[in-house]
Design a protein around this ligand. Structure first.
Ligand code: KG4
Ligand code: ZN
Length: 348
């Protein structure tokens, strides 16, 4: 049995987890910093890095204690090495290096996006490669063809805001506070999406990418008009976002032609994958194309260390490990060969 300690610190969640190659999460701790960032309406990188530095070491000790283990029982140590807020990434990666060195264990520098991309395989032993993945988080919005560990083809990305970012900005416009996604979803459930006309950027476009900046601006104009109920604006925003996501996925599916037949499933991952309305729309799309639909349990969607440990397990099994001088990377595309999207360079 292989057991890996995973560490996550790339944004505002500090997390540690022990995961086995039998897909068992032996122990895990996660601390969100929502309270610390709430007054600012978004994540403040310096505050985040300091909080990771305070919390991470005792959290790792507690995770090992919960599993009744020491570092000697662990086969390797995996940490997010990017992309993300660099101060936080450095705290997690340097901690992992120190533990790896002290315990004489291999180090695995994990791409946070790979953690999200492979997280559905931690929960679902039947999810085989290749699969078509919608990766939607606070920083990224991509459609990926996942061929295997370390083997990704990016089919689409956003030319401006990520989907989670659009949810967070909409929440801010509607005064719902931070983090915005769950708050918008809750309010949307009580509203009428047809009550507020909102645009669907790039709908039907031959270009494969996403765009959400115009949608967010339209929500702002709707609020300023002063005639719409907050719940209706939330519902209209969420529906417009869903329409865009489904349209863009159809575009990618059509572009794949007969390769789509090789896909074992349509898969969603990342924080926004926690959204029930989006999950059910994706389920409908998958069914209409004769594909299985796979979404991780909600706790594996938002940032966590179990997904980093699992990506570590997959990389370790494939014979990878990293040297102690591996660098923390603020940007780290999963598919470095992808053609740059219009306006991109921002969200690789
Ligand atoms: O994956 P994640 O935890 O962190 C990043 O890697 O970015 O994603 C966080 C994002 C935030 O933008 C948050 O608002 C969004 O995921 N999110 C949601 C929901 N839960 C989290 N968006 C829509 N509906 C939700 N239920
Ligand atoms: Zn994430």
């Amino acid at each position: 049995m292989t057991i890996i300690l995973g560490i996550e610190s790339s944004c505002d969640e500090t997390a540690a987890a022990l995961v086995s190659d039998g897909r068992v999460i032996l122990a895990q701790h996660i601390a969100s910093q929502d309270e610390a960032h709430r007054p600012y309406g978004g994540v403040v990188p310096e505050i985040a890095a300091r909080a990771h530095a305070e919390r991470l070491a005792p959290m790792i000790a507690a995770t090992l204690a919960d599993a009744g283990m020491t570092l000697a029982d662990v086969d390797a140590i995996a940490a997010t090495a990017g992309p993300g807020l660099i101060g936080g990434v450095m705290v997690g990666l340097v901690t992992a290096k120190a533990l790896a060195m002290a315990a004489g264990k291999p180090l695995l520098a994990v791409n946070h996006l790979e953690g999200h991309a492979l997280s559905p395989r931690l929960a679902d032993a039947d999810l085989a490669y290749p699969y078509l993945l919608l990766l939607v988080s606070g920083g990224h919005c991509q459609i990926l063809w996942v061929e295997g560990v370390g083997r990704y083809k990016r089919l689409a990305t956003t030319i401006d805001d990520a989907l989670g970012e659009a949810f967070d900005k909409t929440a801010k416009i509607l005064g719902l506070g931070y983090p915005g996604g769950p708050a918008v979803e809750r309010l949307a459930a009580t509203g009428d999406a047809r009550a507020v006309p909102l645009p669907r950027p790039l709908l039907g476009s031959a270009e494969p990418h996403f765009s959400f900046a115009g949608l967010k601006s339209a929500v702002m104009r709707a609020r300023d008009a002063g005639i719409y109920a907050d719940a209706d604006m939330a519902a209209a925003f969420q529906q417009a976002a869903i329409d865009c996501v489904i349209d863009r996925l159809k575009r990618s599916m059509d572009g794949l032609n007969e390769s789509l037949g090789r896909a074992s499933a349509l898969v969603v991952a990342g924080g926004v994958a926690a959204n029930t309305a989006i999950r059910s729309a994706l389920e409908g799309l998958a069914a209409s194309r004769g594909l299985r639909f796979v979404a991780p349990p909600l706790a594996l969607c938002t940032d966590n260390a179990a997904m980093i440990a699992w990506a570590g397990i997959e990389r370790f099994a494939a014979g990878h490990s990293d040297s102690l001088d591996v660098a923390a990377r603020p940007r780290w595309p999963l598919d470095p060969d992808a053609a740059p999207a219009r306006g991109a360079g921002v969200k690789a």
